[in-house]
Design a protein around this ligand. Sequence first.
Ligand SMILES: Cc1cc2nc3c(=O)[nH]c(=O)nc-3n(C[C@H](O)[C@H](O)[C@H](O)COP(=O)(O)OP(=O)(O)OC[C@H]3O[C@@H](n4cnc5c(N)ncnc54)[C@H](O)[C@@H]3O)c2cc1C
Ligand code: FES
Length: 275
Amino acid sequence: MKSAATKHQEIADIIWNKEEKPGCFRIGLTCSKDYANAIPGQFITLHIPGNLSPLLRRPFSIHRLIKKSGRVIGIELLYKVVGGFTEKLARINAGDQLDLIGPIGKGFTISNTTRKVAFVAGGIGVAPLIFLADAMVETDINLSDSIVFLGGRTSDDILCASVFTSFALDVHTTTDDGSLGEKGIVTQPLEKWLASNRPDIIYACGPMPMLRAVADIAKKNSLPCEVSIETIMACGIGACLGCAVNKNKQTDTYQHVCIDGPVFDASVMKNYLWS
Ligand SMILES: Cc1cc2nc3c(=O)[nH]c(=O)nc-3n(C[C@H](O)[C@H](O)[C@H](O)COP(=O)(O)OP(=O)(O)OC[C@H]3O[C@@H](n4cnc5c(N)ncnc54)[C@H](O)[C@@H]3O)c2cc1C
Ligand code: FES
């Protein structure tokens, strides 16, 4: 198991910034060698140097490590254009620079005894799950018994299916409009699969309604489940209450998604996640 890398700030050079599907980009950035110890599920925050708007840094999950001759030289992010910052990010070119802080937060736990995993992603939520699958394969965990459920509104929201299949993973796709895969929501094939399969763990990332549904399904089946929660963030360092979520209604205890997460054991966050 890797020891966590220390978070720090640096100026990163853009290696590439390519549109993968309409409104969805991959950006490669240089980074310090400390990212070799980054844990899947950890994130970074970005600021565009010289830009006052938006003022607040924006968080993005580490999607993949970029390696050259076995050495980590950068990180890749997968992002969707949704507002002011991501619109500006989409216009950035190779050779430009970004102000980067990371790696931040707590990531997914990987156990060497894991044999069978269900990965569940909603849209851009797939971003950290690829880094997780990469790390599991590197740890010699055989994922051939594992499965991936990818859901989205339309075919444009279905990302990275071919990366999972390259790891010999079975990929099930659902879209709300039926434009790719089965028509419906991603939890439907998950529940169907769980009727005759018992994974060691479910890992999920996506919109909150999806995460709540996955957490409920895990609870119903008494299965371990880890979810990556994406809240609006302000400081990203535990100093404001921008990302606080209620962990326990009885004791009124809160967790900061930026430092206590973004990845949580679903049962620990039962007040926030379970219906
Ligand atoms: C830990 C973490 C990891 C993330 N990883 C990724 C990633 O890998 N790829 C990616 O594309 N995005 C990711 N996000 C979301 C990303 O931070 C936001 O999309 C981004 O900050 C939007 O900035 P903007 O200025 O373009 O849009 P804004 O103008 O700030 O927002 C546009 C719209 O998106 C909504 N929104 C913004 N941030 C979030 C959020 N965190 N959760 C839900 N809704 C939000 C706003 O309410 C608004 O409706 C992550 C967020 C967190 C907290
Ligand atoms: S974003 Fe400020 S405490 Fe988490």
